[in-house]
Design a protein around this ligand. Structure first.
Ligand code: KIV
Length: 288
């Protein structure tokens, strides 16, 4: 069953947690789909997590489209969300053009960062029939990669609650709350009709999102995330073992190779005017 926006809103009403993970490639999309993740999200965190960029501000529309196309091929039922990258949503018309490009390549909705100043953009996208996810609190495209917690003062708490209300009013269908105090995230969750998806925003959001690299144990550990696997060290170990085995002549072995029938080999050797003999394995005596 396709998980559309109505399905996600019903989950909020029923207090059923919504699961979201970032995803940047086809095989991971297939695994997330198989696991039943609700929202598979092509985040602009692809820049720092996959492409080796220093910041989200380096990510382009072309980068996002490339990864969206790969992830799309692995998604069947999940809601496919994609980030509008830095500077792709400055003007309403520009945001609509860019969002439409993603929708034409299979996105179900687009996410954009920013507070109350993004109301006209969300309104224009909604008017154009595009489903949007707002994103308040820490905004890497605006605040950089160093994330401070938002919503610690009365003024900031009020500002966040007002922004969430205005973005919802403008037509946002989902909202990400990033690095916001748990209490303020809970107040926002209770005050808006749309699902809140938290990252570093505590236990009371309607859903949770994490960066796939962070749950797999690739790269540094973060307080807001949990490492469910040590993929980084497991991968490094596999690479080292492969290198050692190739250098030591232990890979490939006979089980990994294919052969030509001896009579055919003899005919090829004859054609090459080589003497009759078996294939030499002198360079790699360990192979058999
Ligand atoms: O791009 C991303 O990974 C995000 C999440 C942090 C929500 O925007």
């Amino acid at each position: 069953m396709k998980k559309d926006i109505r399905y996600l809103h019903t989950k909020k009403q029923r207090h059923e947690p919504i699961t979201v993970l970032t995803c940047y490639d086809y095989p991971t999309a297939c695994l997330q789909e198989k696991a039943g993740i609700d929202i598979i999200f092509v985040g602009d965190s692809v820049g720092t997590n996959i492409l080796g960029y220093q910041s989200e501000t380096e990510v382009t529309m072309a980068d996002m489209l490339h990864h969206l196309k790969a992830v799309r091929r692995g998604v069947t039922d999940a809601y496919l969300l994609v980030d509008l990258p830095f500077a792709a949503d400055r003007k309403p018309a520009q945001a609509v053009t860019n969002a439409n490009l993603f929708v034409s390549h299979g996105a179900d909705g687009v996410k954009l960062e920013g507070g109350i100043e993004k109301v006209p953009i969300i309104a224009a996208l909604t008017e154009a029939g595009i489903e949007t996810c707002a994103h308040i609190g820490h905004n890497p495209q605006i605040h950089g990669t160093k994330a401070a917690t938002h919503g610690k003062t009365v003024a900031k708490a009020k500002q966040l609650i007002k922004a969430a209300g205005a973005l919802t009013e403008a037509g946002a269908k989902l909202i990400v709350l990033e690095k916001i105090t748990e209490e303020v995230s809970q107040l926002i969750t209770e005050s808006v009709s749309i699902p809140t998806i938290g990252i570093g925003a505590g236990r009371f959001c309607d859903g949770q999102v994490l960066v796939i690299n962070d749950i797999l144990g690739i790269g540094p550990a973060f307080k807001h995330a949990k490492r469910y696997q040590e993929y980084g060290s497991l991968t490094f170990e596999a690479i080292c073992r492969y290198k050692e085995e190739v250098e030591g002549g232990d890979f490939p072995i006979d089980a990994n190779v294919a052969h030509i029938a001896p009579d055919k080999l003899a005919r090829v050797r004859k054609w090459l005017q080589l003497p009759e003999s078996s294939v030499s394995n002198q360079r790699h005596p360990a192979r058999q």
